[in-house]
Design a protein around this ligand. Structure first.
Ligand code: M6R
Length: 611
């Protein structure tokens, strides 16, 4: 969603702001703007469209002096169309302000401010915050006190950054339910909605908590909560700026597909003791005492992470013998979830900031045991849950999730084995076999990546199709769903994922010579034979079939398909992860052939921080 960057130091703020906003482009946006304090007044520049438009607008101003303090924003429209007037920063009197989140009570606040004579220019909820803050400052309040009083009147979620022209050395910050971090430098400080925005400058970060207000100058960082100064822990981020770059690939998505061999290794590193068939995850120790009596697991997530949960259900039920339910976070949070102290609620999220996942997790707090499976250190869901299992995928920039998904599968599989060991639901030998297969994943992924050029040529035969059906059974059913989601989100081609056995109950009516069917075919019996029967059924109706499989040549005799993409076989438990990779590639190549904006697909945002 919206990206936020702020700076106070001795360099020209504009360069830092634009650079930071560029690294946040992956969040999705439709307009952008910056404000710096220049020669006794704010210089606000805004533009609709991509950052290139903002840069053009800035170039036309022919600035000569540099400004050491500023704020920048990329807006993903919620209230009000994506126009220049609605773009942030919003200026009211001496205040220039940017915002990520939603002000729920903006209509009554706007009416109240209009009555006082404030003149509004935009359709946004944000502009009320600028006017409110300006009014309080003009009433004689000190900047932080005014920010505190403004936030007390605002209901909703926000990360605010504000400049006050009468105190031009500082950036004021406020946070509630929307992420914001401070980056510490030498003689300069940074503020951002997300780590990549400041990674070029510092790795020392402070994650603000809900209710925090901050005041940042070049040399100082002051943070308070409920009017009292608080010390927030400084963390050093291990991500390096290079891993946040494209590394020679045409798109972040392709780079991230190729990253998988390495990052799966990172997710496994130090967590497996193969000899005794156990996993070593001190972060899960609080679960050990409760594991034996757990009666139920509820997994909540959105989008791709939800598909990871569906796959996780297979491992958790099979290995740990605990009944699992998987729910969309946006549904779970508004339902009576019947969570009790014998229920483990797992929230899975790459960003850890997805508002619905956070909301679903909050519903379980104080009722069940909560665990976050997350990629971003210190993200909101990590701070709310009882325990956190990090996935170690590194920065995922492309909106389409790839390496975050496969690391989530690995993390959930590790969790299932941890629970299986504690509950004694799986023999040491069986655990050892699965762990051995998991340790082979980095090499197996490297082998699987070799099908890339083959998948690229398959894509050439299919990229003009208007619809796709993805089918799979058992562990391959969530993989089929994920394959369809990936294709539709980046190529804008309608795609449906379905359990192959359900096809006869409806979707088979869609099949004709125009319809490509991607069949995810695992060699594991008895579902192999069942899936082959489904394949024959679609073939008989003229479908153009692409098979993605780990089956042997012998198995595949007698299967006529337009394309058969074969991947290496390691073990039934790890195959779904490997079978997912050609589907990621298929989506990628089809999108490239269709000329879409692969890393920043239309209408989508990397991190969905609104409902
Ligand atoms: O950050 P999260 O994992 O919570 O994000 C959840 C979804 O928004 C995300 O997986 C989305 O579906 C991806 N764009 C899919 O590629």
């Amino acid at each position: 969603m919206c990206g936020i960057v702020g700076y106070a130091g001795s360099q020209d703020a504009l360069g830092i702001l634009i650079g930071g906003l560029e690294s946040l482009e992956y969040r999705g946006y439709d307009s952008a703007g910056v404000a710096v304090y220049d020669h006794g007044k704010f210089e606000v520049t805004r533009a609709t469209g991509k950052l290139i438009e903002l840069k053009k607008a800035l170039a036309s101003k022919h600035r000569t002096a540099s400004a050491p303090v500023g704020i920048g924003h990329t807006r993903w429209a919620t209230h009000g169309r994506p126009t220049e007037t609605n773009a942030h920063p919003h200026t009211a009197g001496r205040v220039s302000l940017i915002h990520n989140g939603i002000i729920e009570n903006y209509l009554p606040l706007r009416a109240m401010l209009e009555e006082k004579g404030c003149h509004f220019l935009s359709e946004t909820d944000t502009e009320v915050a600028a006017h409110l803050l300006n009014t309080l400052l003009e009433d004689g309040m000190e900047p932080l006190a005014a920010m505190r009083a403004m936030c007390a009147q605002v209901k909703g979620s926000y990360a605010f950054l504000a400049l006050d022209s009468k105190n031009p050395d500082r950036v004021l910050v406020a946070k509630n339910s929307t992420p914001i971090i401070i980056g510490r430098g030498e003689g300069e400080n940074f503020i951002a909605s997300d780590i990549p925005a400041i990674l070029q400058h510092t790795r020392r970060i402070i994650v603000l908590e809900d209710g925090d207000l901050a005041q940042i100058t070049a040399g100082t960082v002051y943070i308070e909560n409920k009017g009292t100064e608080v010390a927030r822990k400084e963390e050093v981020i291990s991500w390096d700026p290079i891993t946040a770059q494209k590394g020679g690939f045409k798109h972040f998505m392709l780079k991230e597909i190729y990253d998988q061999s390495r990052v799966i290794g990172d997710t496994l590193r130090g967590r497996i003791s193969e000899s005794d068939g156990s996993v070593k995850m001190p972060e899960l120790e609080p679960l050990r005492a409760k594991a034996a009596t757990l009666k139920r697991i509820v997994l909540v997530a959105c989008g791709t992470a939800w598909h990871a949960c569906l796959e996780g259900k297979f491992f958790l039920e099979e290995f740990a013998g605990i009944p699992c339910e998987v729910d969309y976070a946006s549904e779970f949070r508004y339902r009576t979830g019947l969570i009790d102290s014998d229920t483990l609620v797992i929230a899975v999220s790459q960003s850890g900031e997805t508002l619905d996942t956070l909301g679903a997790l909050e519903c379980a707090i104080g009722k069940g045991i909560t665990l976050a499976v997350c990629n971003v250190v210190g993200a909101s869901i990590c701070r709310k849950a009882d325990m956190v299992l990090y996935t170690h995928a590194g920065p995922e920039i492309s909106v389409a999730s790839t390496k975050a998904f496969t690391t989530q599968l690995v993390a959930l599989q590790l969790l299932a084995i941890f629970l299986a060991e504690v509950r004694n639901s799986m023999s040491a030998n069986a655990r050892r076999n699965v762990l051995h297969a998991m340790l082979q994943l980095p090499a197996a992924i490297a082998q699987t990546l070799k099908v890339d050029s083959e998948v690229a040529s398959v894509a050439k035969g299919f990229f003009q199709a208007r619809d796709f059906l993805f089918l799979g059974r058992g562990r391959c059913y969530p993989i089929a769903l994920e394959g369809a989601l990936k294709l539709k989100e980046i190529s804008y081609i309608h795609a449906e994922g379905y359990p192959a056995g359900e096809m006869k109950h409806g979707p088979i009516a869609l099949i004709d010579e125009q319809m490509p069917v991607v069949m995810v075919l695992q060699r594991e019996r008895p579902l192999f034979e069942k899936t082959v029967s489904n394949l024959k059924e679609v073939e008989a109706r003229g479908a153009r079939v692409i098979v993605v499989t780990d089956a042997t040549d012998e198995d595949l005799k007698g299967i006529a398909a337009q394309a058969i993409v074969k991947i290496p076989f390691v073990a039934h438990e790890t195959s779904p992860l490997l079978l997912n990779i050609p589907l990621q590639m298929l989506a990628y190549h089809v999108a490239v052939l269709n000329g879409t904006d692969v890393d920043l697909p239309r209408n989508l945002a990397k991190s969905v921080t609104v409902e």
